[in-house]
Design a protein around this ligand. Structure first.
Ligand code: GLN
Length: 545
């Protein structure tokens, strides 16, 4: 019998429900349980693929090519839950499939309604994940939105029914709320009381509360919250502000015995806790010595979440490289007009400039020329450069324009008329057929050439990473690119597509067509991020010497 934990949120959004859910998952895994994570998103978008990173943050991509909410990235960083299309459930998917079944006549003439048909569809999707693997012990279901929102009601109703049908011992409600501080420093519990009341009105009595608060709450405040919310007094936990890192949160919950209380409530015998990899990670965090500055040159700079997995992967690499990585966010359109790229790249950082440049993925024309300038600067100044997806395509445009002298070298995404389309859609390339202009999405294999930076990073020729792009290196330029010195460092197994390029005579300049950031963890950094940061750190030392 599977156990279910439903995580809901109250008072307001952005309380860190995803991190709380992931941290609980990590703790239960530490107790030897097999955990699966699911995110329910009340929005009507069928998936996150069509959402702008400016508004909604990064699109997280799974092995099977699902374009999902960035919370799945948190699940991937904190837990070992397999993640696929099935682990991200949106209102759009649910309604689309109910309406499709209705059109196919599958409801046999019945009136199709929100309850029970939509709620059944939600329940069936959750149960399908629970049944995928007979070894699954616990399914943690995070319900997006805030209780009281009109749009999350059907997900909460589905949760209520699953709790009722599974029995209390098999299904828990964990509710996350806010304890705000008002003028004078007083902490207020009233919003939490109201938020739990809103849950009770929907028929769900939370079993566990996690209160977001600026500081740890004392025993008497926790007792008061328990009394007025009908939650047992040992089941009120505090997620207080951490200035160190969000990866400390599983340990903060562990100290408060969150996992023990949850196991007891679910009738699971307490087992030995093994959080060795988390404590070791925190030790590495504390032992970091020195700082490096990485310039991120992209177009979605105002919202931190837009490049969430990239920023996290840089942090992970810093843990392994023993340095703090300061992110210097540079809006590439600022570099477009700039006379001197150098002055911006140097002044953007707090003192002596930037030690490395990373150009992340992206779509559309805006800011492209600024990225090309940054790449050219890194190449000619021997500053470590890491190009991801669009960042690799930028390397090719720079090489075409500034090394081969083709002024109009471009990607057909930005200039359809160019005489030198060094990056183009597969269907525009004569030698490859049958791919169509669709997105290349999800896990695929790349084969690294020996004696490349790429091979050195993975220590193996066969590499499995995830893709999300339409455009590719134009194969008709392979000869000119390699003859002028550019290293083609990886191909698809059939040799038809170029997956990685590297600069010659340069300490570390590499671009990959895939997205290694999605598989990086605090307990094990992505090999490419690790080596990039190592190169950045070494260059910095060499620079200072
Ligand atoms: N816009 C480019 C393409 O579609 C790059 C995409 C990306 O960086 N994810 O190929």
């Amino acid at each position: 019998m599977n156990k279910f934990i439903f995580i809901s949120g109250g008072v307001c959004s952005s309380l860190g429900k995803g991190v709380a859910a992931s941290s609980l998952g990590a703790l239960l895994e530490g107790r030897g349980l097999n955990v699966r994570m699911i995110k329910c998103d009340p929005y009507i978008n069928v998936d996150a693929g069509t959402m702008s990173p400016y508004q909604h943050g990064e699109v997280y991509v799974t092995d099977d090519g699902a374009e999902t909410d960035l919370d799945l990235g948190n699940y991937a960083r904190f837990t070992n839950s397999p993640l696929s299309k099935a682990n991200s459930i949106t209102s759009g998917q649910v309604w689309e499939s109910v309406i499709r079944k209705e059109r196919e006549g599958r409801y046999l003439g019945r009136c199709v309604q929100a309850i029970p048909h939509i709620t059944d569809e939600i329940k069936n999707r959750i149960l399908a994940v629970a049944r995928e693997d007979p070894d699954t012990d616990v399914v943690i279901v995070e319900i997006g939105g805030t209780v009281g929102d009109f749009e999350s009601i059907l997900f909460l109703e589905a949760a209520r029914q699953l709790i009722h049908e599974s029995g209390k011992i098999n299904a828990l409600s964990v509710h996350l709320t806010l304890i705000p501080e008002v003028a004078g420093g007083e902490l207020k519990t009233k919003p939490t009381q109201h938020s739990v009341k809103a849950m009770q009105e929907l028929g769900i009595q939370p079993d566990v509360l996690i209160c977001r608060a600026p500081v740890m709450l004392d025993e008497s405040t926790r007792r008061k919250i328990a009394l007025f919310t009908n939650v047992e007094s040992d089941a009120v936990f505090v997620s207080y502000n951490v200035d160190a890192t969000i990866y400390e949160i599983p340990l903060i919950f562990f100290e408060q015995k969150l996992d023990q209380v949850v196991l007891k409530k679910m009738g699971v015998e307490s087992r030995h806790a093994n959080l060795g990899s988390w404590s070791a990670m925190m030790e590495r965090f504390a032992a970091r010595n020195g700082k490096v500055r990485v310039g991120i040159v992209g177009k979605y700079m105002d919202l931190h979440d837009a490049y969430k997995s990239v920023y996290e992967a840089l942090f992970h690499a810093g843990l392994e490289g023993g340095v703090e990585v300061e992110l210097v966010k540079i809006d590439s359109s600022r570099l477009e007009e700039a006379e001197s790229v150098e002055s911006i790249l140097r002044s953007a950082a707090s003192d002596s400039g930037i030690d490395g440049i990373l150009v992340p993925g992206g779509f559309g024309q805006r800011g492209i020329n600024g990225m090309i300038k940054a790449a050219a600067w890194a190449r000619t100044h021997k500053v470590p450069y890491f190009g991801i997806c669009l960042g690799m395509q930028i390397m090719l445009i720079d090489w075409g324009r500034n090394v081969l002298g083709w002024e109009d070298a471009d990607s057909t995404e930005f200039n359809h008329e160019t005489r030198h389309p060094v990056v183009s859609l597969l269907e525009e390339q004569v030698d490859v057929t049958n791919y169509g202009g669709t997105m290349r999405l999800g896990k695929s294999e790349s084969v690294a050439e020996p004696e490349t930076l790429l091979f050195a990073a993975y220590q193996a020729p066969r590499i499995f990473e995830r893709h999300r792009h339409r455009y590719e290196f134009s194969n008709s330029y392979r000869k000119e690119m390699t003859e002028s010195g550019l290293r083609l460092a990886a191909f698809t197994p059939d040799g038809s597509l170029v997956e990685c390029v590297e600069w010659p005579d340069h300490p570390w300049g590499l671009g990959v067509q895939f997205h290694p950031e999605f598989k990086s963890k605090p307990t094990g950094a992505s090999p490419l991020f690790r080596d990039f940061i190592a190169a950045v750190r070494d260059r910095k030392q060499w620079d200072r010497a």
